[in-house]
Design a protein. Structure first.
Length: 237
């Protein structure tokens, strides 16, 4: 924390005139890309905001019913949907972010979603689509093991994993950006909790995980790219 105080900071890369990093990690064109349903045509339950806030709680018991691709599209848009891109410098999304840096990539461990094979995926927010990183029928068990064997992680429909691209935030804020990554994660996950009620889903946020094991599972270096936060999502009774 001391190292991120303003008195300890040097000039940021932006102050030094360096170009900003890409707004999104480029995907491998050889991997399957799946377009998601357009948000404008999605049907969701009407949920009163006051009641949604009052009813918000963590759920660890989910039904066997699968999430639909529309459910997934809605929840991804609610947590990282792009409303406007400004050149190659910034995006304005459905959640706040320090300096509109939006340093997260959303990885998905898919266990029970209609039309999707079990495996690891990543949300391409600029295109509102997902890319299949790898098929793996044991992906939910592997993610749960990295999360200290919490059973609800293994038994949910999908796990949302927010991966920080540290350079994207540090470009503007230097070392202090590490604080903002964690603040931004809270904004994102709260949107997931509230948005889930419109599609009869439950959520349980998870911060207890073995960093190195989970980063390795996702193919991340743990330095420039690393998991900050995750949440299990499934259909509620």
């Amino acid at each position: 924390m001391d190292a991120t105080k303003f008195d300890e900071l040097g000039p940021s890369p932006q102050m030094l005139g360096r170009s900003p990093p890409p707004l999104e990690i480029a995907h491998d064109a050889s991997k399957s890309q799946i377009s998601l349903p357009d948000i404008g045509g999605l049907e969701t339950d009407s949920v009163d905001l006051k009641r949604a806030i009052e009813a918000r709680r963590s759920l660890r018991n989910f039904t066997d019913s699968p999430l639909s691709l529309q459910d997934l599209a809605w929840l991804l848009w609610a947590t990282q949907g792009v409303k406007k891109a400004v050149d190659d410098v910034a995006t304005f999304r459905t959640v706040p972010s320090a300096g509109a840096r939006h340093a997260f990539e959303t990885y998905l461990s898919i266990g029970n979603v209609e039309g999707l094979e079990q495996g690891l995926y990543r949300y391409l927010a600029l295109e509102h689509s997902i890319v299949e990183e790898q098929q793996d029928e044991n992906i939910m068990a592997k993610v749960a093991r990295a999360c200290l064997d919490q059973p609800f992680v293994r038994n949910c429909g999908a796990v949302f994993m927010w991966v920080a691209v540290s350079e994207r935030m540090a470009w503007r804020y230097g070392e202090r950006g590490y604080r903002y990554l964690h603040l931004d994660a809270g904004h994102v996950c709260q949107n997931l909790y509230l948005a889930s009620q419109a599609v009869n889903c439950g959520v349980c946020a998870v911060a207890a995980f073995k960093d190195d094991e989970l980063n390795c599972l996702l193919g991340l270096d743990g330095n420039k790219h690393f998991v900050v936060y995750l949440a299990a999502v499934g259909k509620r009774d």
